[in-house]
Design a protein around this ligand. Sequence first.
Ligand code: AMP
Ligand code: MG
Length: 327
Amino acid sequence: MKCLGIESTAHTFSCAVVDRKGKRGEILSDIRKIYGPPEGEGIHPREASRHHVETSSAVLAEALRKAKISVDDLDIISYAAGPGLGPCLRVGAVVSRALSSYYKIPIYPVNHAIGHIELGKMLTGAKNPLVLLVSGGHTMLLAFSDKKWRVFGETLDITLGQLLDQFGRSIGFASPCGKKIEDLAERNHNYIPLPYSVKGNDVSFSGLLSATKAIVNKGVEAACYSLQETAFAMICEATERALAFTKKKELMIVGGVAANKRLSAMLTSICKRQNCKFFVVPPKFAGDCGSQIAWLGLLEASVKKGTSLKNTFVKQSWRLDTVKVSY
Ligand code: AMP
Ligand code: MG
């Protein structure tokens, strides 16, 4: 069964074709175009949605061409219906709806965050992991229980991705800044103390952001290093406690920040201590992409029929712990 997955929740417009073969999916194509705001600025929802509108037809055509199929060969279409930026979400929904109604292809609105998790499980082979979802839109610790992904810790304010991006923008970079901060942090391992804030099993990053901006005058590289060490140590403390509490024997990290090698190294040592296996989503599929959406569409299609067009909604705030999972 072949699914076209469309992702447009924030900066990325992506179309992917995934072919389900038993429990596994073969990614036939995954084409992305990423909106880049001007240096020092964040995502402007209207400008990002304009980018998505302008690139959508080329991305779609390339995804079909690379997969060596035509629209008629598709069995289903899925799109990320939320959570995300309203104007951006609507572009993916409109493209999906148009294809579905014209070509009579069943359509599945799916939750973007669960897409990160399910593609991660499929690609890494993790079976029943504690999940650390760290991206532009999420910082959450999750475990599956009784048909839902349950939250065992999350950020109380900005996400880990926003922390890195907002700090990066304050020193003149263009979002996304995580990779640049990682590279700078490698060059100077002089730790400058910063506020560390774990509350229960939740984390709070906003004070850390202000404090890091205030130490840039002591050196950008040391500031990047200290920011990473502090933020990642906070996440690791919450993760280790969640592992001890849930007694999971697997930890999987997904989301754009999963591409960070220092974070993976810190989590690896926690897993050793807790006697648990560590899985990292491959960097190419860590950030937002159509494959996440296509694979989740295929999982949903195994247990339910496509949605009627009048229910092809978008939901800007759609928490993953409200979604009932029955596949
Ligand atoms: P996503 O929303 O899943 O596409 O993830 C985007 C986020 O991942 C942005 O905040 C990026 O700055 C962050 N990111 C990407 N690569 C890295 C990296 N190597 N280290 C830390 N953060 C990263
Ligand atoms: Mg994401």
